[in-house]
Design a protein around this ligand. Structure first.
Ligand code: SF4
Length: 349
């Protein structure tokens, strides 16, 4: 892998600040749009993926991530699709780990469906990863199969156990789905408390309803977490925490388990004013906001200037200046988003 990007002047090294004064410190990179599951709220069973030659190589991803690090990004998260099914992905993880060792990056982390975690957990830890997020919407094997279509719960649970054994902190991400898993939140809270895992409940996001998803409609399955939280508070003591993971979750401590529970509520509460993140798709498209269609194509700047970082660095600065002030969920911008085909497996959720 290339040895990263070193800004050549003090101006090059100034942080990335958008038009609303927000400093960009966090990049989420979707290393692949492919996945070994077919979750009903994410992709249809016969989904077509982007052609492989449009997907950035691992070296190109390292180059773009390193450019972001050179411009002040302190946190990188690898997502997908399922990031751990990309062939050779550990080469990228190890390469990015050099920024941790150099002190130019605070955190390198992964969001995974857990299916491949058992075989990669120790290597992730060795590369400097300290935390992983595992998507898990149910602890019921049959329901798990229904939601993921192709997944096996036991493999995910093995993966979580391997991650814990490797010393990784595990946060469970659970998408709250009306009529699907709303009867399981108590069980998940108890189980996460036993496992020593944080849990976040996430409102389903209305990103392009999925044709052929067996009747799944994000709008119909939307469950406002304000109501979920009020209901949980009848049985659990939920003490608000000042703790922040640097993301949009609002955290509470569950008195009975001692565990932390977060709520991510893109629809019922906005958190845009503190947004510090952007997303890079596997094809090199920089999504400036998950809930808006604005994106800037970085692939031409990567492939068009193989030996020259200048155009890419300048392109990143230009792009960030156009980051929108707030997401468009629940507004007229939403249909445009769906029309633009902004699906979670491409942008990494
Ligand atoms: S939600 Fe995650 S695990 Fe499920 S199909 Fe989409 S990318 Fe794969």
């Amino acid at each position: 892998m290339a040895d990263g990007f070193l800004p050549r002047t003090a101006a090059d090294a100034s942080p990335l600040i958008d038009g609303f004064g927000r400093t960009i410190r966090y990049l989420r990179l979707s290393v692949t749009d492919r996945c070994d599951f077919r979750c009903v709220y994410c992709m249809s069973e016969d989904v077509s993926f982007v052609p492989r030659d449009e997907v950035l190589t691992l070296e190109e991803m390292d180059r773009v991530c390193s450019a972001f690090v050179a411009l002040g990004v302190r946190k990188l998260r690898l997502t997908g699709g399922e990031p751990l099914i990309r062939r050779g992905v550990m080469t990228l993880v190890r390469a990015l780990g050099r920024h941790l060792a150099a002190g130019t990056l605070d955190e390198l982390t992964v969001t995974t469906n857990g299916s491949q975690l058992a075989r990669h957990a120790a290597e992730l830890a060795a590369a400097g990863v300290r935390r992983v997020n595992v998507s898990l919407d149910t602890l019921d094997p049959v329901r798990f199969r229904t939601i993921t279509r192709w997944g096996r719960l036991e493999r995910v649970l093995e993966g979580i156990a391997a991650a814990r054994a490797a010393g990784l902190a595990v946060k469970i991400n659970c998408v709250a789905l009306k009529g699907v898993n709303e009867d399981e939140f108590d069980r998940l809270i108890g189980w996460c408390g036993e496992q020593g895992c944080d849990l976040t409940l996430i409102e389903v996001m209305p990103l392009g309803d999925i044709d052929g998803a067996g009747g799944f409609s994000r709008a119909a399955q939307f469950l406002p977490l304000s109501a979920v939280r009020a209901d949980l508070a009848r049985r659990w003591s939920l003490e608000p925490l000042g703790f922040s993971s640097g993301g949009p979750a609002r955290w509470v401590r569950v008195g009975e388990t001692g565990g932390r529970l977060g709520f991510i509520t893109p629809l019922s509460e906005k958190f845009c004013e503190a947004c510090n993140r952007v997303r890079l798709t596997a094809t090199g498209s920089l999504a400036l906001c998950l809930g808006r269609s604005e994106a800037v194509e970085l692939r031409p700047l990567v492939r068009g200037y193989p030996g020259d970082d200048g155009p890419l660095l300048a392109g990143l600065r230009r792009a960030i200046a156009h980051k929108p002030d707030a997401h468009g969920f629940g507004t007229a911008a939403c249909p445009a988003l769906a029309a633009a085909g902004r699906l979670m497996n491409l942008t990494g959720g």
